[in-house]
Design a binder for this molecule. Structure first.
Ligand code: GLU
Ligand code: ZN
Length: 295
C-alpha cells in the first residue's frame, strides 16, 4: 500500500531521555508511516522548562538518529510556538469557552483530579490565574486502530481542564492539538498512557474546527510493579551500541515477526526488514505489557 498523504509524528517531552517504552512508541509510529511511504515528523514538546532534563533534547535526537529513525524536515520545537498557543487561549477566553481559575492546589484536594467548577461562573480576570476550558456534559468516543472503541464522559470523568497554567505555561492538551493540526498530521501513533487524554483532544479539535486524525495507541511497557518506564521512574537512557537488539525487542513488543538472521545487522537493515512486513493488526490490543514478559 502506498499513501503519500500519510503524515505521522513522534512528539517526545524532554523531561528525560528516551527509554525502551518511548522506543516502542517511536518505532511503531515510524513504521506505520514508512510502510505506506508517508512522512514522519519530529516535534520536541518542550513547553515545560522547569521539568526539562538538561541535555535531554539533543540526547533524544541523537538516539533517534543512532537507531536509524530518521525524520523528515526540521524539528519543530513547541518552545517556539507560544504565539500560536496564546492566540487560541485568548480567543477561547473572549468567547467564554474558557475562564480564569484562581483555585489553589489545596482547594482542589479530594476531587480526584476532576475540577469541581468553583470558578466557572466567577468571572475572574486572567492575570495570575490558570485558564480552564469548559467541557460539555457529553461523552466523546473514538475507535482506536489497536485498542478499539474508547469513550469518556468529559463532564463526569475529566471536568473543565487547564489549557494555560497560572505560571503562564501552556498545557500539553492545547499544544498537541494545535501542532498536530498545524503540521498536517493524519495519524497519531503513541503510547496507551495517552488514551484517556484523547477525548479532551477530540473536544478541542471540534471546538477549533480542526480535522480529527486517526489514532493508534501502542501498549505501554511497564515495570513488574506496573509502573510506567522512564520519567519519574528513571530508567537508563537507551545505549547506542545496543540499537539492533533493542530494536528487535521493541518489534517483538509490537507483535511483529523478527528474523533471527538480523541479530548481527545494522539498525537501518532491521528497520527496512520491519518496514516491509509491518502489520499494525499484530500489535497486542492491551494497554500495558510488562517488560519482564518480553524476550
Ligand atoms: N509529549 C508526550 C509525551 O512524551 C506525547 C505527546 C503525544 O504523542 O501526543 O508523553
Ligand atoms: Zn477555580
Amino acid at each position: 500500500m502506498n499513501d503519500s498523504s500519510y503524515i505521522g509524528r513522534f512528539a517526545p517531552t524532554p523531561s528525560g531521555y528516551l527509554h525502551f517504552g518511548s522506543l516502542v512508541a517511536a518505532l511503531a509510529s515510524w513504521l506505520d508511516a514508512r510502510a505506506v511511504g508517508g512522512r514522519w515528523l519530529l516535534r520536541m514538546e518542550d513547553i515545560d522548562p522547569p521539568r526539562e532534563a538538561p541535555g535531554a533534547r539533543d540526547a533524544i535526537l541523537q538516539t533517534l538518529e543512532r537507531y536509524g529513525l530518521e525524520w523528515d524536515g526540521e524539528v519543530v520545537y513547541q518552545s517556539q510556538r507560544h504565539d500560536a498557543y496564546a492566540e487560541v487561549v485568548e480567543r477561547l477566553f473572549r468567547q467564554g469557552l474558557a475562564y480564569a481559575c484562581t483555585c489553589s492546589r489545596k482547594q482542589l484536594e479530594g476531587y480526584a483530579g476532576i475540577y469541581p467548577g468553583f470558578c466557572r461562573d466567577a468571572g475572574h480576570a486572567r492575570e495570575g490565574a490558570a485558564i480552564r476550558l469548559r467541557v460539555p456534559e457529553l461523552t466523546y468516543a473514538f475507535v482506536d486502530r489497536v485498542q478499539g472503541r474508547f469513550e469518556q464522559h468529559l463532564g463526569r470523568e475529566v471536568g473543565d481542564f487547564v489549557i494555560q497554567r497560572r505560571d503562564g505555561l501552556y498545557a500539553y492538551q492545547l499544544a498537541v492539538v494545535l501542532d498536530d493540526a498545524w503540521q498536517g498530521v493524519t495519524d497519531i501513533v503513541r503510547g496507551a498512557d495517552l488514551l484517556d487524554n484523547t477525548p479532551r483532544q477530540l473536544y478541542l479539535q471540534e471546538l477549533l474546527g480542526l480535522h480529527q486524525p486517526r489514532y493508534l495507541h501502542v501498549p505501554l511497557i511497564v515495570q513488574p510493579d506496573g509502573h510506567k518506564l522512564g520519567k519519574s521512574y528513571r530508567s537508563a537512557p537507551l545505549p547506542c551500541e545496543q540499537a539492533t537488539p533493542l530494536l528487535l525487542r521493541a518489534l517483538r513488543a509490537l507483535g511483529q515477526a523478527t528474523d533471527p538472521a538480523l541479530e548481527g545487522a545494522r539498525p537501518a537493515q532491521v528497520l527496512e526488514a520491519a518496514r516491509e512486513r509491518w502489520c499494525s493488526q499484530a500489535i497486542p490490543n492491551r494497554r500495558t505489557v510488562p517488560e519482564a514478559q518480553l524476550s
